[in-house]
Design a binder for this molecule. Sequence first.
Ligand code: COA
Length: 182
Amino acid sequence: MVRIRFATDGDRAGIFGVHESAFGKQQGPEIVDLVSGLLGDRTAMPVFSLVAEIGGRVVGHVLFTAVRLQSGPQSISAQILAPLAVSKEHQGEGIGGSLINEGLKQLAASGVELVFVLGDPDYYRKFGFRPAKVLGYEAPYPIPVEHEDAWMVQELKAGTLGGAQGKIQCAKTLDQPRHWHE
Ligand SMILES: CC(C)(COP(=O)(O)OP(=O)(O)OC[C@H]1O[C@@H](n2cnc3c(N)ncnc32)[C@H](O)[C@@H]1OP(=O)(O)O)[C@@H](O)C(=O)NCCC(=O)NCCS
């Protein structure tokens, strides 16, 4: 049975193993570095780090970190989902979806109003995300026109979309062009 819960310090090795498995030899080390950096980055706080566990073993991980809107009349509580991974042998079992849905539930309960993601639009659409650029939200680095739909947002508090707009400022660790290609 799959259990979704908040990650603890003791999960670090398991979490890194999941990203190595999901992203492979080429991209895995970069993602492990990203997760490790974000977990110790004060500008990323508050972080929401959730794991999926089967029989005491971590098989999935999702990380949400704080972002800010550079302009806008009121202050908005916003987060970004990055990264998400499920171990190769457990992909396609609904674990990624469970991690996203539980994460969104926890964020909403904490008063987070907007959540951003850069990823496969066909996948993230299933969980309520919509293209963000047309709604007035600019990514920290330009997203090529052909992948524009990959930059997505969803509101967790009704009426937030259409309020504060502009360019998103992410945590220092994530604020590097190499993390912003899709
Ligand atoms: C992407 C990933 C996290 C999805 O997790 P998962 O547990 O395999 O996905 P789920 O089983 O929850 O899939 C939920 C739904 O999305 C679909 N889906 C899965 N991957 C998809 C993709 N890349 N594009 C479109 N749909 C996808 C599934 O078919 C399923 O559809 P259904 O609900 O209609 O049956 C996982 O495959 C993974 O770790 N991939 C490698 C790392 C990666 O690319 N991470 C995302 C970028 S940060």
